[in-house]
Design a protein around this ligand. Structure first.
Ligand SMILES: Cc1cc2nc3c(=O)[nH]c(=O)nc-3n(C[C@H](O)[C@H](O)[C@H](O)COP(=O)(O)O)c2cc1C
Length: 193
């Protein structure tokens, strides 16, 4: 079993990454393989609305990271979408990624069906719920199962590492990981029947 995390932050190895790694630690301890992709240092271009992806199962434009990441997404059993809050929503890279992934899924049905999804958000102060909603809407639109926790999956912090001081968020991430493990294992059992 494998979980892929896609991190929309413009900064490498920072707050969003810390949240993802909290979840990965528990997933790894449960024997689940993990991989993280970071968009930092790269630009995901928006959807060109060409609709040429029908029957291709991926975007036909291959000049940026999208194609490779979407291939990984199709292979994964679980997907974590992580974004910092930028202007009260997900980062522009995450938004561009979701636009393109959504069109590919619309034009090629069933690519993400029954995969497990969770999102994590880091924010300084405002807009975290908008970002959570944006990423959960993607999961909901593509027949995925969303995993929740005891609070929405957000953490507060501005400078690199600040989210480590948000103890409630960190324990929420642990719980999110437990729920993700539970659901992934149930689905695996069901598929083995
Ligand atoms: C371009 C930009 C816009 C931001 N807009 C917001 C915002 O609207 N609300 C907020 O709470 N934080 C905002 N922040 C702060 C980040 O969300 C916060 O620092 C977050 O922890 C960064 O996560 P990272 O370390 O994974 O990049 C913004 C940061 C940047 C660089």
């Amino acid at each position: 079993m494998k979980v892929l995390a896609i991190n929309g932050s413009a900064r490498k190895n920072n707050n969003t990454d810390i949240l993802i790694n909290c979840i990965f630690e528990k997933l790894n301890a449960a024997g689940i393989e993990t991989e993280a992709v970071q968009f930092a240092g790269t630009v995901v271009t928006p959807c060109k609305a060409c609709f040429a992806c029908g029957g291709k199962e991926n975007c036909i434009h291959q000049k940026d990271i999208f194609h490779a990441v979407f291939d990984k997404m199709k292979e994964a059993d679980g997907i974590i979408l992580g974004s910092p809050v930028y202007s009260a929503n997900v980062s522009a890279n995450m938004q561009a990624f979701l636009e393109r992934a959504a069109v590919v899924c619309d034009m090629n049905s069933g690519l993400l069906t029954h995969k497990v999804g969770a999102c994590v958000v880091s924010a300084r102060r405002g807009g975290a719920l908008n970002a959570v909603d944006a990423m959960n809407h993607f999961f909901l639109n593509h027949e995925m199962f969303i995993v929740g926790s005891t609070y929405w999956n957000m953490a507060y912090g501005q400078m690199p590492g600040d989210v480590l001081k948000d103890e409630e968020a960190l324990s929420n991430m642990d719980n999110l990981a437990e729920n993700m493990i539970w659901l992934l294992k149930k689905i695996e059992q069901e598929e083995e029947k």
